[in-house]
Design a protein around this ligand. Structure first.
Ligand SMILES: [Zn+2]
Length: 538
């Protein structure tokens, strides 16, 4: 592993990861919509000072999106019958209600947000990302792109991208031109940024309700969605969540979802993702050294050959698995994209990796063959796998494997020195000894909101000890959870999910996985593992 503090984002196409995002349906009969038919967006959302947001300085971002086609797409990706619900112009007064309705139905969807509305309602953008919805670029302030110069069009796109990346750490690979109006310049600019240009094939004309929630408008929106969408195999449905709110859209949504579900459609977002996770994800290395994963029901075999226990982190509703291969390189996997190297081939990890997603960045740490802590970080782009060009050495002498989590506003690394004393540091501070002595690698995780974190390890008494941190109270006194009655805890097995918190461990006798939350008893998750277990909240 060489020292490099340079973090470049490399176009995924260079790595051979380019994949089709949007398959046009041969069964789709209707043509693309007429430009300019989306309707007006209404007044923008306002900042707390009552003003419209000013755009951010465009950061020097290189797209990490897969190669995008030149042209437009209007039909939902995926095989069988698929439907994509899309919500434009937000966030707005109805966004939270729309998220609730989608979540209660377990439905994937896509939000095309406007930059100045994101700036005024940042928490709703984070809520959309946290809940696993695809976020697309809909420009900074919704101009008719065909009236703008090439540089002005580029600025509109890049300001909205910067705002989204600043808020969520996730780069948009989807673009929808305001009103569906575009020219060849728009298409070239989007393609250069790896963005697929998405129009729609079903127009609910929901914006015409103009804030009304009357049954006339609710029924009209439902009728248009069913009549136009029901004859297509892959409809993309245009709806809105504008700053002033779209109550008729919210009221129509349950019926529209039920209609497509009853008619055999699978809900997808415009990245082609289907189901939304509703459980935490546990991961381990099976006795054949393949990655195994458990999302609440049974263990799945995800292939690969791992030297150590893996790490897992759910980002934007999708589990990302990290493992050290027999080449000592870190590899990353998602269900859609399979395995790829996370860094250059000289990357050399000698321990299980630790990962977290904090402040919009993915952080990965491992113990190098020199026994020092090494870390790398990256933004995350749906549709591609994260890749770093270098790791940074953070020193120390580490006995096992490190953990990393966001603690308050700082990304914090936890590592055990020979003898078991746990030390912590951030990327910019030195090592500090804690009062902890562990007989297992440390584990740590932060809550989705970032307001709390949990640290845990197995102590010499074969019990699980943990400590919770909140931004308001700091670290609390340590608590103890005894081992399962049938066996002691393995000293090399621990996962933490700080939302509940939930703890996963492997038993000392069987290497099976046990799970519990404070106040409950250990229950068996089954499985047969080599090394430890990793856990991520969804
Ligand atoms: Zn729009």
């Amino acid at each position: 592993m060489s020292i490099s503090r340079t973090r470049l984002l490399v176009a995924a196409a260079v790595l051979g990861l380019a994949g089709g995002l949007a398959g046009l349906s041969p069964a789709a009969a209707a043509g693309p919509p007429a430009p300019g038919s989306e309707g007006p967006t209404g007044p923008p959302a306002l900042m707390p000072d009552g003003q419209v947001a000013t755009p951010p300085a465009i950061s020097a971002q290189v797209s990490t999106c897969p190669a995008a086609p030149y042209g437009t797409s209007s039909y939902a990706p995926g095989t069988g019958k698929t439907v994509a619900l899309t919500f434009d112009d937000g966030p707005g007064a109805s966004t939270s209600a729309i998220i609730s309705e989608l979540q209660s139905n377990g439905v994937r969807a896509t939000f095309f947000n406007i930059g100045e509305n994101m700036a005024a309602r940042p928490q709703q953008v984070r809520d959309e990302a946290q809940a696993g919805y695809a976020l697309g670029n809909h420009t900074w302030n919704h101009p008719n792109m065909t009236t703008l110069s090439a540089s002005a069009q580029a600025t509109e796109i890049d300001q909205a991208t910067t705002e989204q990346v600043n808020l969520t750490g996730i780069y948009p690979c989807l673009f929808r031109p305001p009103g569906g109006s575009y020219n060849s310049t728009t298409l070239s600019l989007a393609q250069q940024r790896g963005m697929t240009v998405w129009l729609w094939s079903v127009d609910t004309e929901d914006w015409k309700a103009n804030g009304s929630s009357s049954s006339y408008w609710v029924n009209r929106i439902i009728s248009l969605a069913e009549q136009e969408g029901g004859v297509l195999s892959h409809p993309v449905v245009l709806m809105h969540n504008q700053p002033a709110g779209n109550p008729a859209t919210v009221l129509a949504l349950p019926t529209i979802i039920q209609y497509f579900r009853d008619h055999g459609y699978t809900f997808v977002d415009l990245y082609g993702r289907t189901s939304v996770l509703t459980t935490d994800v546990a991961a381990a290395t099976g006795t054949d050294r393949a990655l195994i994963s458990n999302e609440g029901l049974r263990w799945r075999n995800l292939g690969g050959t791992l030297l150590f226990a893996p790490a897992v982190k759910v980002i934007n509703g999708e589990p990302y698995y990290f493992g050290v291969g027999t080449d000592h390189n870190v590899w990353v996997r998602t269900d859609r994209l399979g395995w790829a190297k996370f860094g250059p081939s000289w990357t050399d990890c000698a321990s299980s990796p630790g990962v977290t997603f904090s402040g919009g960045r993915l952080y990965l740490a491992c113990t190098g063959p020199d026994r020092q802590l090494w870390e790398a970080s990256s933004t995350v782009t749906p549709g591609t796998l994260p890749y770093v060009t270098g790791f940074s050495g953070l020193g120390g002498i580490i006995a096992s494997a490190p953990a990393v989590a966001g603690v308050g506003s700082n990304v914090t690394f936890f590592a055990d020195a020979p003898g078991g004393t746990v030390y912590t540091r951030t990327p910019s501070t030195g090592w500090t000894a804690t009062g902890w002595h562990c007989a297992s690698p440390p584990a740590a995780a932060q809550s989705a909101s970032g307001a709390s974190a949990t640290f845990a390890c197995v102590s010499a008494d074969r019990s699980l000890w943990y400590d919770s941190y909140t931004t308001s109270h700091g670290w609390s006194p340590a608590s103890r959870l005894g081992p399962p009655s049938a066996e002691g805890l393995s000293a090399a097995a621990l996962g933490v999910d700080a939302n509940a918190p939930r703890f996963d461990v492997t038993g000392a006798a069987t290497s099976g996985v046990y799970t519990r939350t404070p106040g409950t008893a250990w229950s068996s998750l089954g499985g047969a593992t080599v090394g430890g277990v990793a856990l991520s909240s969804y």
